[in-house]
Design a protein around this ligand. Structure first.
Ligand SMILES: *Cc1c(COP(=O)(O)O)cnc(C)c1O
Length: 421
C-alpha cells in the first residue's frame, strides 16, 4: 500500500513539490521569528490524522453528532492536562487560533462600546488588543497604555493606574507580541481591583515558558481570563486555549461554541493534548530554561557587538533590535539581508517609531525555534557574529554568500524535528 506521502507525490506533484520545498527551506536556515517554533513529530502525525474528518460540535459528553467516543477522550485529556499545567480552574481548548480565542473572551464579557484597556500595538501589544485596524478596535472603546522611554521602556504603571481610575474600564488586558520584559501581573490585578475591572492576560508568546514554570503564571495572580496560543513557545499545533476561573466556565464555553465557532478542529485538539503531555514532562522545563539562557546569550552577544536593543536586553525569549540606532538603516533592510543568509526574522515597529509600519525601525528575534533545533549558547554566539557581519554589509553580495554558506552548514547538523530525511 502506498504511504500518504507517496499518494500525494503521485497524484498532486505541484503541491507535493511545494511541501518538499518548504521542508528544505525550514531545514536549510534558522528560524528566529519569536512566535514560531518547530512542532513535535507526534503532533505532525496527529494533524495529518483522521481526526480531521470528524464533526464534534459541543463539548465532551454533550455533542451534537454521534461517533464521539475517541474525540471525547482526546479533548478531555487536553483539558485535564492543560488545567494541571497552568493551575487553572477551567480551560477551553477549541479556539481555532489566537485571534478567535481573544474575540471569544471579549464577546462573552463585553457589550459593544464598553471601555477596555490594552497595550498599544506600537508599543508591543497585539492586533487583537484593540488595534484600530481590527474589528475589535471598532466594537469596543479601547484605551491604549504605553511603555515609558524614561524607564528603559518598561510599562508605565503610574500612567496606567491614572487612566484606569479616570476611565473605569470593564476589562484590563495585558500581554504582548513584542515586549522583551516580564509583566507585573500583581500590579495589573491590583489596579483592576481598585477600579472593579475584569482581568485578562494574553500569554500567547510565552505560554510555553509559563507552562515550563520559568516565567510567572497569571493564573497564580487571580486573573479572570488567561489566553494562549499553542503553537509558539508551547511548540504545539496552531490553536488557542482560554483558561478561566470556574465562575466563567459556562459563559466561556458558550462564547466559543455556539457563540463564535462551529465544529472544533479535532486533529488540532489531538495535537494540543499531545503538546500538553510533553509540557508535563521534566524535559520541557529544561527546554524552557534553555530558551531563556539562549535569549540572554544572544542579547548580550548582539549588544557586545554594538547593537542597540529596545529596553536594553531581554527577560524572556525575545529581543527587539533597533536597527536605525544600531546600523543606520530600517528593519525592512535588515530583514531582507538576514533572509539572504538564511536567518529568518521579522521587521518590527519600536515604541514611538518615527518610521512607518512597513519600514519600521527594528527587527524582532526570538530563541524558541532555534532551541528546539538544539542550538545552545555556542550557536547563539555564531548567530550573533553572522548577524552583525551581515548587517554591517547588507549590500555586499560576497559577504552575504559567505555567511549564508556558514549558516547552512551549521543548520545541516541540526535537523528539524518532524522532517524525515
Ligand atoms: C500570536 C498572538 C495572537 C494571535 O494568534 P493567531 O494564532 O495568530 O491568531 C494573539 N495574541 C498575542 C499576544 C499573540 O502574540
Amino acid at each position: 500500500m502506498d504511504s500518504n506521502r507517496t499518494l500525494l507525490q503521485n497524484n498532486d506533484p505541484e503541491i507535493y513539490d511545494a511541501l518538499i520545498g518548504e521542508e528544505a527551506r525550514q531545514a536549510a536556515g534558522i528560524e528566529l521569528i519569536p512566535s514560531e517554533n518547530y512542532t513535535y513529530p507526534e503532533v505532525i502525525a496527529a494533524l495529518g490524522s483522521v481526526f480531521t474528518n470528524k464533526y464534534s460540535e459541543g463539548y465532551p459528553g454533550r455533542r451534537y453528532y454521534g461517533g464521539q467516543e475517541y474525540t471525547d477522550v482526546i479533548e478531555e485529556i487536553a483539558r485535564t492536562r492543560a488545567k494541571q499545567i497552568f493551575r487553572a480552574e477551567h480551560v477551553n481548548v477549541q479556539p481555532l487560533s489566537g485571534a478567535p480565542m481573544n474575540v471569544a473572551v471579549y464577546m462573552s464579557m463585553l457589550q459593544p462600546g464598553d471601555t477596555v484597556l490594552g497595550m498599544d500595538l506600537s508599543h508591543g501589544g497585539h492586533l487583537t488588543h484593540g488595534a484600530p485596524v481590527s474589528h475589535m478596535g471598532t466594537l469596543y472603546n479601547w484605551i491604549r497604555y504605553k511603555t515609558n522611554p524614561e524607564a528603559q521602556g518598561a510599562i508605565d504603571f503610574d500612567a496606567l493606574r491614572k487612566t484606569a481610575v479616570e476611565n473605569k474600564p470593564r476589562m484590563i488586558v495585558c500581554g504582548f507580541s513584542s515586549y522583551p520584559r516580564n509583566l507585573a501581573y500583581a500590579q495589573f490585578k491590583s489596579i483592576a481591583d481598585e477600579v472593579g475591572a475584569l482581568t485578562m492576560a494574553d500569554i500567547s508568546h510565552i505560554g510555553g515558558l509559563v507552562a515550563g514554570g520559568v516565567l510567572d503564571n497569571p493564573c497564580d495572580f487571580g486573573f479572570d481570563f488567561v489566553t494562549t496560543t499553542t503553537h509558539k513557545s508551547m511548540r504545539g499545533p496552531r490553536g488557542g486555549m482560554i483558561l478561566c476561573k470556574a465562575e466563567f466556565a459556562k459563559t466561556i464555553d458558550k462564547s466559543v461554541f455556539p457563540g463564535l465557532q462551529g465544529g472544533p478542529h479535532m486533529n488540532n485538539i489531538c495535537g494540543i493534548a499531545i503538546t500538553m503531555g510533553k509540557a508535563l514532562k521534566p524535559d520541557f522545563k529544561d527546554y524552557c530554561e534553555k530558551v531563556l539562557t539562549n535569549a540572554q546569550a544572544l542579547a548580550s552577544d548582539l549588544t557586545g557587538g554594538g547593537a542597540k536593543l529596545v529596553t536594553g536586553g531581554t527577560s524572556n525569549h525575545m529581543m527587539v533590535v533597533d536597527c536605525v540606532q544600531s546600523f543606520d538603516f530600517n528593519g525592512k533592510v535588515a530583514e531582507k539581508a538576514l533572509d539572504e543568509v538564511s536567518i529568518t526574522c521579522n521587521k518590527q515597529i519600536v515604541p514611538d517609531d518615527p518610521n512607518p509600519p512597513l519600514r519600521p525601525s527594528g527587527i524582532r528575534l526570538g530563541t524558541p525555534a532555534a532551541t528546539t533545533r538544539g542550538f545552545g549558547v555556542a550557536e547563539m554566539k555564531k548567530l550573533s557574529d553572522w548577524m552583525l557581519r551581515t548587517l554591517a554589509n547588507p549590500q555586499d553580495k560576497s559577504v552575504l554568500a559567505a555567511v549564508k554558506a556558514e549558516v547552512e552548514e551549521l543548520c545541516s547538523r541540526f535537523p528539524v524535528p518532524g522532517i524525515e530525511r
